[in-house]
Design a protein around this ligand. Structure first.
Ligand SMILES: *[C@@H]1O[C@H](CO)[C@@H](O)[C@H](O)[C@H]1NC(C)=O
Ligand SMILES: *[C@@H]1O[C@H](CO)[C@@H](O)[C@H](O)[C@H]1NC(C)=O
Ligand SMILES: *[C@@H]1O[C@H](CO)[C@@H](O)[C@H](O)[C@H]1NC(C)=O
Ligand SMILES: *[C@@H]1O[C@H](CO)[C@@H](O)[C@H](O)[C@H]1NC(C)=O
Length: 406
């Protein structure tokens, strides 16, 4: 068998100069964001249960704390678009829609903090948010100060209604104002998602995470389009990621309507290989237990949150099978342990896949302890040349951790 050259070197950070150093997001952020599941439903008259309102966020925050999500690492809940009133107040400050957020944002932030969670907010660098509410352009300092005073811990700053030049100036300027507030605030940018040739040197200096690509939708097609984008562009994208600065392939849609059980595992696995932020967007009030179990899989989460912060890559495709690998701890001198996701892009039957660890670039003479991260089965000890066979369901994944033996 052909021994594949392995390109999984620890991403050398040197080429990109300095990264944002606010001490935050040293592992990919984890939390809950309203957008993909609840969108811009502002109809609290006819649909009060699902509309964007303080009640929705309070319910989700309680469930995150009570149902194990916070313990699993999902420690942030964030507003997305459509929380704002259409006008600023008399002092020119942003204000929430008074009917849907009658207690105001500081009260909501306090409630979220009382549950042990961090509080996130959404705005847009342009004249308007994507849904047409007031944007921050021409109010950057005022709005950064307002968010800090309100107790915001995380901001997603979108890029609708702003030019490329306004983004190139505005994202760093807003970041400077955030820094000047002295409040630690994770800065999530949408800057590169709106540009063909983004200046990642500037983006890494400015943002803790950034959306590179299309918004996710509630479908397997959307998930695979995103997976392909990160695989096809991995030489450009993977080296950008590291502690404090992450590529963001967008929210987890696990538990909604568009993914099967196997497809949900695939999203969780590939997002973790990619060192992606794990931001759920699902109704935690009625999520089915098997999806909750996937979202709270502590062994997969540990891969996502691996302290080395190296973004993994698609190593090879053969037929309908893709191998995705990520170097993780424990490390022994020059040798890494690896997370491996074997993905079946086919649509017929479960497929048997045979390989050796050596073919994937794992050559340590001391061997590896190999565990299946989705199945509760005992691990096995394997030498690099030992054969291994797994069965991968259509649109499903087998995820392994191969830990160096000492
Ligand atoms: C509630 O539904 C009615 C009938 O569809 C509609 O006319 C009205 O605009 C809705 N209310 C709000 C606040 O959207
Ligand atoms: C502000 O920037 C400095 C210099 O990078 C950094 O040390 C500090 O942690 C930042 N403070 C906040 C609150 O972001
Ligand atoms: C990209 O950003 C860096 C850092 O802000 C800057 O020095 C450089 O001139 C920018 N490159 C381009 C092509 O604009
Ligand atoms: C790392 O792997 C190489 C084989 O590629 C082996 O020669 C070397 O001894 C290993 N180092 C350690 C510390 O295990």
């Amino acid at each position: 068998m052909k021994l594949l050259a392995v390109v999984l070197v620890a991403a050398a950070w040197a080429g990109f100069g300095s990264a944002l150093d606010n001490g935050l997001a040293l592992t990919p952020p984890m939390g809950w964001l309203a957008w993909e599941r609840f969108r811009c439903n502002t109809d609290c008259v006819n649909d009060s249960y699902n509309c964007i309102s303080q009640n929705l966020f309070m319910q989700m925050a309680e469930l995150m704390a009570d149902e194990g999500y916070l313990n699993a690492g999902y420690d942030m809940i964030s507003l997305d678009d459509c929380w704002l009133a259409h006008e600023r107040d008399q002092q020119g400050r942003l204000q929430p829609d008074p009917n849907r957020f009658p207690s105001g944002i500081p009260a909501l932030a306090n409630f979220v903090h009382s549950k042990g969670l961090k509080f996130g907010i959404y705005e847009d660098l342009g004249t308007k948010t994507c849904a047409g509410y007031p944007g921050v352009l021409n109010h950057l300092e005022t709005d950064a100060n307002t968010f800090a005073e309100w107790g915001v811990d995380y901001i997603k700053l979108d890029g609708c209604y702003s030019s490329h030049e306004q983004m190139d100036e505005g994202y760093p300027e807003f970041g400077m104002h955030l820094n000047n507030t002295k409040r630690p605030i994770v800065y999530s940018c949408s800057w590169p998602a709106y540009q063909n040739d983004p200046n990642y040197t500037a983006i890494i200096k400015t943002c803790n995470l950034w959306r590179n690509f299309n918004d996710i939708a509630d479908s397997w097609t959307s998930v695979t389009t995103i997976i392909d984008h990160y695989g096809d562009n991995q030489d450009a994208l993977a080296p950008l990621a590291g502690p404090g600065h992450w590529n963001d392939p967008d929210m987890l849609i696990i538990g909604n309507f568009g993914l099967s059980y196997d497809q949900a595992k695939t999203q969780m696995a590939i997002w973790s290989i990619l060192a992606a932020p794990l931001i759920m967007s699902v109704d935690l009030r009625d999520i089915r237990p098997e999806f909750k179990f996937i979202l709270q899989n502590h062994r997969v989460i540990a891969i996502d949150q691996d302290p080395l912060g190296i973004q993994g890559r698609r190593l090879k495709k053969s037929g309908s099978i893709e191998f995705w690998l990520r170097p993780v701890t424990p490390v022994d001198n020059d040798n890494h342990s690896y997370a491996v996701a074997i993905l079946n892009r086919g649509d017929s039957t479960p497929t048997r896949v045979s390989f050796t660890l050596k073919e994937l670039g794992m050559t340590s003479a001391k061997g590896y302890w190999v565990e299946d991260l989705f199945e509760e089965v005992v691990g096995i000890s394997l030498m690099p040349s030992d054969p291994l066979t797994v069965s991968v369901n259509p649109s499903g994944v087998v995820m392994l951790k191969c830990s160096l033996l000492k």
